[in-house]
Design a protein around this ligand. Structure first.
Ligand code: GLN
Length: 537
């Protein structure tokens, strides 16, 4: 018998940023806890082939999957919630859809036909949605459609899923529409009209939502629920309240009490089974909400105006904090504002300092100064990717005495290129999808901080970079006290540097933040927070 995958489509109305990703991830978590295999996919209506070429100010962090896809940050939420790896197939953009259609056209595969949005673009969208079900055989595929209904650019997606519902037949798909119920404080009223209008737009496009999830700042009473149900043609038990909560990790519990999972399963004609226990999830939320201590950690970066730019790092500290019964008060410091004169004023209040990943010259000297401060004052330090490279440059300049040492990303003419372009990157001219991406193995040295954190010698971590530690300088570094404690076993690329005489000083070329989840808080972050708590004492 062919595997019968069921599909859930999540759309958003009224405004953007309502948290479709969190609702999708929460539903996935609940269905997973009831024993279903679930994955989540994000369709993004922009024309970039992937978000890898986007400035973080545009859409926040670029999330990297195990298989090396540069994806939307919502995939980070999916992985953090359901603790499963996503892949390239989980994030599809309009650019990617058009690219495949145009490539096919150039190969003559459309046999002389006129290539059009309908059916060719919509067919390609449907193929990408079904791929997760047919190839990977999930019980349920949740597809989140980016943007807001009514946008010109999301129209082909809406049409594609309309067709899919018809093709799949009854009880094989569910449409969830997420909207906002605004509160007018002057009249002390919740307003349902924007939701009604948004559903009308869906209807104009041939889709009747089955479930409405209503974002609200205030509780919805039965009258409001009835009104929305009646005017939007949605069953009462399918009008779901999503009230604001203090942490996104409470949303699955909230959706469980609103029975979102039961409603969806019923509409898909799937057995409801036992109530999901969510024991460890609840324990995590309890720990998160009842920390026994607080620690201040400084996050030195240059995209700090936009909190989403370092999303995975921020969430990793939430997980690691809970694991340590501690609230991590993560304070952003703009690296461009750091000077040699204001170091202790800018960084003095922190029990730990993290220097963020990044690209390009802007803000780099402030990051290097932050490393110097952490190293000289024995403040626990974590450098990620560019942050690790800054640690290497700082050590070269201030300990090895190589005055103009630099990364060749910042200075092509430096006399001491301690960080240099990887051999495989020389000659690469295209910017999109050409970095060293995805998971690579790393062997950790016994006795190192990294080894103590992971409690294992072989790890697999995700990457996104073009530059690397220049091994020509390795022995000079090691003699002076900065050692390579993690190495790629195939290429000898330095993955981790440490200063063993410092209480906790670790630089990692990879991105541990992409692999931290609620169930598995990342050991590097857990130990960094632990060291920061000790520094505090
Ligand atoms: N710009 C650096 C490189 O390409 C670091 C990249 C990063 O921090 N993700 O190697």
């Amino acid at each position: 018998m062919p595997h019968n995958t069921k599909y859930v489509f999540v759309t958003g109305g009224v405004t953007s940023s309502l948290g479709k990703g969190i609702i999708s991830a929460s539903l996935a978590k609940l269905l997973q806890s009831r024993g279903y295999s679930v994955t989540i996919q994000k369709l993004d209506p922009y024309i970039n082939v992937d978000p890898g070429t986007l400035n973080p100010y545009e859409h926040g962090e670029c999330y990297v999957t195990e298989d090396g896809a540069e994806t939307d940050l919502d995939l980070g939420h999916y992985e953090r919630f359901i603790n499963l790896h996503t892949t390239q197939a989980n994030n599809v953009t309009t650019g990617r859809i058009y690219q495949s259609v145009i490539n096919k056209e150039r190969k003559g595969e459309y046999l002389g036909k006129t290539v059009q949005v309908i059916p060719h673009i919509t067919d390609e969208i449907k193929r990408r949605i079904k791929l997760l079900g047919t190839k990977h055989k999930f019980d349920v595929v949740i597809t989140e459609i980016g943007g807001t209904v009514g946008d010109i650019e999301s129209l082909p997606y809406i049409e594609a899923v309309r067709q899919l519902r018809w093709e799949l037949g009854p009880t094989n798909s569910v449409f969830i529409h997420l909207t906002l119920v605004p509160y007018l404080s002057a009249s002390k009223e919740l307003k349902t009209k924007p939701t009604q209008h948004s559903v009308k737009v869906m209807l104009e496009n041939g889709i009747q939502p089955d479930v409405l999830v209503l974002r609200t700042e205030h509780k919805l009473n039965d009258d409001i629920r009835r009104k929305v149900g009646l005017f939007c043609n949605v069953d009462m038990d399918a009008v779901i309240e999503s009230i604001d909560v203090s942490t996104i990790y409470e949303v699955p519990l909230l959706m469980q009490s609103e029975k979102l999972d039961v409603t969806v399963l019923r509409k898909l004609n799937l057995p409801i089974g036992e109530e999901p226990a969510l024991k460890s999830w609840k324990q995590f939320v309890t720990k998160l909400k009842n920390p026994k201590k607080t620690v201040n950690i400084g996050l030195v970066g240059k995209y700090i105006e936009l909190p989403d730019a370092y999303k995975s790092i921020v969430e990793s500290f939430v997980h690691a904090g809970a694991a340590n019964d501690c609230k991590v008060n993560l304070v952003s410091v703009h690296s461009e504002t750091i000077t040699n004169e204001n170091l202790s004023e800018k960084l003095g209040e922190f029990s730990g300092i993290i220097v963020a990943p990044g690209f390009g010259h802007r803000g780099i000297e402030g990051k290097i100064l932050a490393v110097k401060y952490a190293r000289e004052n024995s403040v626990p330090f974590l450098g990620i990717c560019l942050g690790m490279q800054c640690a290497v440059v700082e050590f070269a300049r201030n300990v090895l005495g190589l005055a103009d040492a630099n990364s060749t990303e910042m200075s092509r003419t430096t006399q001491y290129p301690v960080i240099d372009l990887m051999e495989a990157q020389k000659g690469v001219t295209d910017k999109g999808g050409t970095m060293r991406l995805g998971a690579y193995p790393c062997t950790l040295k016994a006795g190192s901080k990294a080894h103590a954190a992971y409690k294992q010698a072989e790890v697999l971590e995700r990457h996104r970079h073009r530059y690397e530690f220049n091994n020509a300088y390795l022995s000079q570094f090691e003699v002076a006290g900065m050692v390579a404690t993690g190495i790629n076993p195939d290429t000898n690329l330095v993955e981790v540097v440490e200063i063993p005489t410092h209480p906790w000083f670790v630089g990692v070329q990879f991105h541990p933040e992409y692999k931290s989840t609620v169930v598995n808080p990342h050991p590097i972050f857990v130990d960094f927070v632990k060291a920061s708590i000790l520094f505090n004492k």
